[in-house]
Design a protein around this ligand. Sequence first.
Ligand code: ADP
Ligand code: MG
Length: 342
Amino acid sequence: MPIRILPPILANQIAAGEVVERPSSVVKELVENSLDAGADRIEVDIDKGGAKLIRIRDNGCGVVKDELVLALSRHATSKVATLDDLEGINSLGFRGEALASISSVSRLTLTSRTAEQSEAWQAEAQGREMSVTVKPAAHPVGTTVEVVDLFFNTPARRKFMRSEKTEFAHIDELVRRIALSRFDVTLILRHNGKVVRQYKSANTVQEQERRLAAVCGTPFMHHALAVSSEHSDVRLWGWLATPAGARPQNDLQYTYVNGRMMRDKLINHAIRQAYDELLPAGSFAAYVLYIELDPRQVDVNVHPAKHEVRFHQARLIHDFIFQALFSALHEAAKADDSMAEP
Ligand code: ADP
Ligand code: MG
């Protein structure tokens, strides 16, 4: 075959292969866009586990009419302009690929209105060239992205979708993770028209702990230790269960780096080491932990789905996490022992 440039839809579908694994990945990308747009209220509507419909509605800044076409184009982003921006990223998104990728494997509409505009506009990309049509619509300030018939044109992907129940469980878990990443944002999740989760914006410590309990359950709260520690501009805070709150599964392990959900080997290793022989064999630690540091000290551009990060000072971060958690756990154990004494 001769070398040729891929038609836009195919290029976008290839990119979608990396980030759009299943309905919950679509929800992740879209909710992150809403958070980047400054929304403090996000509604997630799902029909049939997301196979039929995924609709995310926010009250963020919106997209101006003239930029709707760009928003749906690949490599188009308002979040980074230079290499310098990329090295100190503050937003959740930066690749400029999500909307283009998702719209190449579904029927996607983007409806939006900015505060300066008196009317809303709706954009949709179609065909081999993914040419975008824009028409007037009704919408308050903010954005709604509707994704209908996910993977309708990529049978191989569609085949990998699981049952409605399983796909929705992934979405539910994702929304719980997001709820813990931004206490200040109201999040509503509906499935087939019914409200499944409703997290009202939580601003006081009591409200935050109520949300924590709603997401993690009361058994976790019973054993949760609040931690807060700082070392050379790196901050670690959150909650971890004492060994008595260990679980039979690793289903309650949430870590965030600068507000981004992570499954990071280095962080997990530091946490495991802090618990070490305190945990009964075959049981798992439970925790919700936040690490905050200068975005220039961490590289998030490691993996398209952004699950992993690379810390510039990996050793220092590892040892700091280990130390902070180790002392919290051991102090709690000591306090317990002295209480047990007659
Ligand atoms: P990225 O998030 O990496 O920039 P996306 O393809 O997800 O790429 O989005 C492209 C652009 O569309 C964003 O940079 C942003 O300017 C705009 N956009 C997407 N979703 C929203 C939203 N919910 N509200 C406001 N702007 C949005
Ligand atoms: Mg994005």
